[in-house]
Design a protein around this ligand. Structure first.
Ligand code: ATR
Length: 273
């Protein structure tokens, strides 16, 4: 039996077991996907013995994404650029490989949900400067977006990301976010604002062009106030669940094989679980 797991501290909240469990059953694969709660001080030893523990690979979630990158012998370009890995696998020689599939997940979902969006039609406004923002900046730049405006409450984080990701990224003031919407073809919220239990995201979408896309990476609730106001004024609204589902595909393929599909049935299954 092929076994993989998600490693976190805490790990209880992870939806990855639902996603991979759904695909394992759907593809009739003799495999298992488990949760492993691993303390930060135990991570290095856990990863060194991943194969002995019977695993072919793992997802890594908070707070282990940076340490997982350091533990791997080979790392993909996305994980290097983001400074964090979320997917690990062992090759037949036992070498640990690391990747970051969040940018792939974001871009693939955007492409599926807003195929009309085109990286050349205007600037993109990204709100937030945490780990999710890094993945999205990497994905947008790799796709060829010429101009990304980046706004975050703590401005030191925007300038450091702008420096890290290069001239396409322009740091702007958090208070300039409404005005910056004019001429944007895409707005992405990567902050935790709007998530259940968090304050709402305050933004006035009035300057946003009518054909722009609004993508919130928050998925609890699935329809945030931001997505509702975007839909109400006719903008295409893309929710955060799709990024989570699409990012899982690459791990599944490397551990278990097959071509897992992100379907409505999977969305409903994960939301109900
Ligand atoms: P992740 O790695 O999941 O993106 P994170 O690093 O905790 O998470 O980032 C959360 C983001 O939400 C940050 O951009 C944070 O802004 P700061 O860098 O200023 O902390 C943003 N955020 C959280 N609460 C906020 C609030 N009340 N107002 C504005 N931004 C907020």
């Amino acid at each position: 039996m092929l076994r993989a797991c998600v490693i976190g501290w805490p790990v209880e909240h992870s939806r990855s077991p639902l996603i991979h469990g759904y695909w394992l059953a759907k593809h009739g694969i003799d495999g298992a996907y488990e949760k492993e709660a691993v303390r930060p001080e135990d991570l290095a030893e856990f990863l060194q013995t991943l194969g002995e523990r019977g695993y072919v690979g793992a997802n890594v979630t908070l707070p282990h994404k940076e340490a997982a990158l350091r533990a791997a012998r080979s790392v993909d370009a996305a994980a290097i650029a983001m400074g964090a890995a979320n997917t690990l696998w062992l090759d037949p020689e036992g070498t640990l490989h690391a990747a970051n599939t969040d940018a792939y997940g974001f871009m693939t979902n955007l492409d599926a949900e807003a195929p009309q969006w085109n990286e050349e039609t205007g600037a993109v406004l990204v709100l937030g400067a945490g780990g999710a923002a890094r993945a999205i900046l990497y994905g947008l730049i790799a796709a060829g977006v010429p101009k990304i405006l980046l706004a975050n409450r703590t401005s030191a984080r925007t300038s450091s990301l702008a420096k890290r990701f290069g001239p396409q990224v322009e740091a702007i003031d958090w208070d300039a976010r409404d005005a910056a919407l004019a001429g944007c073809s895409l707005l992405v919220n990567t902050t935790s604002l709007g998530m259940t239990g968090q304050p709402p995201l305050e933004i006035d979408l009035a300057p946003l062009p009518a054909d722009a896309v609004v993508n919130d990476i928050v998925y609890v609730p699935l329809e945030t106030a931001l997505l509702k106001s975007a839909r109400d004024r006719g903008n295409v609204a893309v929710d955060g669940l799709g990024m989570l589902l699409h990012q899982a595909r690459l791990g599944f393929m490397s551990w278990f094989g097959g071509e897992p599909v992100v379907s409505d049935a999977l969305r409903h299954f994960v939301l109900g679980g």
